[in-house]
Design a protein around this ligand. Sequence first.
Ligand code: A3P
Length: 296
Amino acid sequence: MQPAGETPRPAMIPIRGVPMIKYFAENWGEVEGFQAQPDDLLISTYPKSGTTWISEIIDMIYNDGDTEKCKRDAIYMRVPFLEFAVPGIPTGVELLRRGHAQRRLVKTHLPVQLLPESFWEQDCQMIYVARNPKDVAVSYYYFYQMAKVHPEPGPWQHFLADFMAGAVSFGSWYQHVRGWWEKRREQRLLYLFYEDMKEDPRREIRKVLAFLGRPPAEGLVEAVARHTAFAAMEQNRMANYSTLPRSVMDHSVSPFMRKGVTGDWKNQFTVAQNERFDADYERQMEGTDLSFRMEI
Ligand code: A3P
């Protein structure tokens, strides 16, 4: 790995037209051939949509609300990131192979068309979390700055234009949320919204329990809600990514646990940017019954 401060920011490489972090793209063969197991649970999201939050919730459920067990390791070890690859760090596929004897939690940001075939063949359960695109764009902009595997985001207005055009890592938000929304009709897939989780986390935790076929024990719901509240996760070194080398994520630029709210986009978008975004949103989301709350 490069010493701190010297990590180059490589240009992205497309995989079947989807822009991908260079190191991830170079490891694509391993990802494509990944063998899912029937009891794997897939956690799928577009980046910055609440992946870490839902991952911690599910790990808590899998460990019956035992907070100490959930502090056994960093979140990226407990819930390996399928397509992750950075020189000098074990890849997501390597970590998943090591855990093959257990019931695995698998994180992915892949758009539906790039998910390895074996997940469909094995009929794995899947939980997708979607977040409104304005907050995602803002969160992604700050994340690009602190996570050095991304290209430089440039000024906000350029990044926003790239986001709207799908010219960011993992491609178009619009196609991502729509693609997974359609899949829920034919797949064992629970589709959740970040805004609903903010509004009533206990209600959404109960939905996850029902989907996983577990009883909604109130003690468990309470323990999960407390352990996964933003203030708790922000302080939890096993959840807040502070254990990664600074050359990979530099929290002094912007913390991974940044604000954790809905509607922060209002502090970033100009009125003109918001109007352009809304008009483009109408066009890109035409014909779907999927809808988002930009504020709660
Ligand atoms: P912000 O940058 O808007 O604060 P992901 O895990 O998909 O990368 O998403 C990261 C975003 O989720 C960040 O958003 C982060 O602060 C927020 N987040 C993480 N844990 C959260 C929690 N427990 N409650 C609310 N938001 C959370």
